[in-house]
Design a protein around this ligand. Structure first.
Ligand SMILES: [Zn+2]
Ligand SMILES: [Zn+2]
Length: 341
């Protein structure tokens, strides 16, 4: 099969990936073999290609937003049929035995493995996935549109959950009535669609006129600059921009008892906080780390139910490296998705 491999991690403009021929992988006993129908291009793929993330597997094939068709399965797989359409995401395997896994926090498992980093991913004609970590996809999700949902979408949903108060409803949490989103990229624009569908009044605070226009067209109640005060105090806020200076800004925008959730792996330093203005009255700050499979299943069901629609640009698989170069250069809005070809 044809597949991309990160042969010499380095600046993407120096083309660190190679398009190679290699044997089609054989699924292990608990794995599925999947023919890739679409694979989203995520910024993490850029970090793997450029060597910002340490090499976990030599000549790895990136890609962790895979929509594919099951074409073979290992001897132990029972519950997913050949021909099924499944999603393959970043979280590939956990140990299932550590203290975090046992209490339902598998996103915190220190022994977790990741698709397109520890194992070959979806920048290829075929890939494998442990059946227990594959997501069966609702029929009404379009193949290309589903790809970016598998990383950007699920993480945005986890951030929304972390910004919300748990309850015993079917959803498991109360959607905040007044929600602020700081930054409005791939993850935030999917999170906004779910929050609005569930009844939140969403205020988007971001640099960039185009992002603010997109926010309003998706139904946001207001859109202002990142450092503007929202038109009403917020029950919850999520920072998507990796900018520590926004943390006190967002905390000041919260009403009493408000919750700030911080999405994203990287954040620049948070300036010193003023207890009275920024934390008193039981305001809370929560970080967000990866996601559980339950987050993924819940989000994909909500996305299908409410018609969550990412903006996508397709590239043939053979142009994956160009897609990464264009991503770094900011040449497109929304998400790039690789399709066979
Ligand atoms: Zn674990
Ligand atoms: Zn990703």
């Amino acid at each position: 099969m044809r597949a991309w491999a990160v042969t010499s991690p380095g600046p993407i403009d120096e083309r660190p990936l190679e398009f190679i021929d290699k044997p089609t992988p054989t699924p292990a006993a608990d794995e599925l073999l999947v023919r890739v129908l679409a694979c989203g291009v995520c910024r993490t793929d850029l970090h793997v290609s450029e060597g910002d993330l340490p090499v976990h597997r030599e000549h790895v094939t990136p890609g962790h937003e895979v929509v594919g068709e099951v074409v073979d399965r290992g001897a132990d797989v029972r519950d997913i049929e050949i021909g099924a359409r499944v999603g393959v995401a970043w979280l590939r395997r956990t140990d299932g035995t550590c203290v975090y896994c046992r209490r339902g926090d598998e996103n915190l498992c220190p022994a977790s493995h990741y698709t397109g980093w520890d194992a070959d991913g979806g920048y290829a004609e075929y890939t494998t996935v442990p059946a227990a970590f594959a997501y069966p996809l609702p029929d009404d999700l379009d193949t290309v549109a589903a790809a970016p949902l598998l990383c950007a979408g699920i993480i945005g949903y986890r951030a929304l959950k972390r910004a919300s108060r748990p309850d015993d409803s079917a959803l498991g949490f109360v959607i905040p009535e007044r929600l602020g989103l700081y930054g409005f990229g791939g993850s935030a624009h999917l999170c906004a669609q779910v929050a609005i569908a569930l009844g939140a009044r969403v205020h988007v605070l971001t640099r960039g006129e185009q992002a603010r226009e997109l926010a309003l067209s998706l139904g946001a109640a207001s859109a202002g600059d990142a450092y503007d005060e929202p038109p009403e105090p917020l029950d919850a806020a999520i920072t998507f921009a990796p900018v520590g200076e926004l943390v006190p800004v967002a905390l000041r925008a919260l009403d009493r008892g408000g919750v700030l959730s911080i999405a994203g792996i990287h954040l620049s330093d948070i300036p010193a906080l003023n207890y009275e203005r920024e934390l008193f009255y039981e305001k809370e700050i929560r970080s967000v780390t990866a996601n559980t499979r339950a987050d993924g299943r819940e989000f994909l069901a909500l996305a299908a139910q409410h018609g969550v629609q990412p903006t996508t640009h397709t590239y043939p698989l053979s142009a994956a490296q160009d897609a990464l170069i264009h991503l770094k250069a900011g040449r497109f809005d929304g998400a790039a998705v690789l399709v066979p070809g």
